[in-house]
Design a protein around this ligand. Sequence first.
Ligand code: MV4
Length: 452
Amino acid sequence: MFRRILIANRGEIALRIIRAARELGVESVAVYSTADANAPYLEMADEAVCIGPPPSAKSYLDISRIISAAEVTDAEAIHPGYGFLSENAHFAEVCETCGIQFIGPPTSVIQSCGDKATAKKTARAAGVPVVPGSEGIVDSVEDAAVIAKEIGYPVIVKASAGGGGKGMRVASNEPSLRNAFSQARAEAAVSFANDEVYLEKYIENPRHIEIQILAGADGQTVHLGERDCSVQRRHQKLLEEAPSPALDPELRRKIGDAAVAYCEASGYRNAGTVEFLLDKHGDFYFMELNARIQVEHPVTECVTGIDLVQWQIKIAAGQNLDFTQDDVKIKGHAMEFRINAENPERGFCPTPGKIDHLVLPGGRGVRMDTHITAGYTIPQHYDSMIAKLIVHGKDRPEAFRIAKRALQELQIKGRGLANTSQLQRAILDNADFASGNFDTSFLEKFLHDHHA
Ligand code: MV4
């Protein structure tokens, strides 16, 4: 096991990793920008190193500053958390070159999973269902028009280097495809320095179902069930739950097996998430693999009792899983609410500032993953997510009851501050959401009706 690891991240996930390391008897080094210099969680690490000014490009995204911090503190491994450098193959490679273990999958796997057209080919070859579409990259608008005619409109043009919804365009006829194709290509060139795009049949109003997987150092791979992440706005998730109200045991086993098959085919190691779309006929399709720990991982930890962040560290240190697929049992129902310092009444605009008054919920079935404290100032420079409320009950109705009272207990007050908890309480009171009748179009409709 490592003696000491460095955490190349900030906020709640930095604290989550500090805690996992401490429980494993591993020392942690936190890095921080000057905007985070007074953050209380830094005290909980064994050491903290300033790596630069507030802009991420000069601190949390600056590879040379992070590697230097690891070298001066004698850290043997780096945990990248989520966002920032977590899926940057170049960073993983630099770590390797410097003799520092990257806590995540091998560089080559980050690379191949990051290329969506390649990932889709791997999936298809492994017998994993994929959305009908082009066989790889489409080079010209003429080819795109021919393929679209074959598969039928509507179609979606996706950037191969994209993911998470970036660089996508939907088209419902040939003239709009011509626009969509050139727009997607131009956007991909600017955003990813790679203008390769591919084509798929557009699945209308799917559910977003993702499967958590763990692959030990020897490659033994298990899945830990699904998370339903359909409640999102502009690809930003607002809440997640496990198990999904849309799956029965048979479909759960099929999607889980498909996720494991993809990971085995791609040589995956460590924790990962395989994203699928589920259509209204109950057919599911591979979308992409997220080669990192995700924000919503605690939902899976609650229903499986497995510490995913500890396993990430153990696997990176060369350990194999000490359990098999048969040992994984899903117990009860968990939900996560992302508490963002944003105002839903004003287009979700961020509300940074000082927290003057703070009451965090607790009690049975409640887990709060957060770095905030009374007196803490939410910096303007980073993501607005400041806390995650995770609830765990014996079934979905009990999880709802715990969630409603915990969201009611939560108080985050300060000049100009707003947060998403009221909106989440309103969603819990929505009949369609409560009955499990929702898909990725739910939140947009809900916000529309709610404001009317
Ligand atoms: C799609 C799709 C419909 N048809 N692909 C968005 C994120 C990326 N991982 C995949 N995405 C989508 N791909 C086909 N062929 C619809 C989406 C999509 C979506 C997916 C999951 C959750 C929310 C979404 C919101 C809009 C579009």
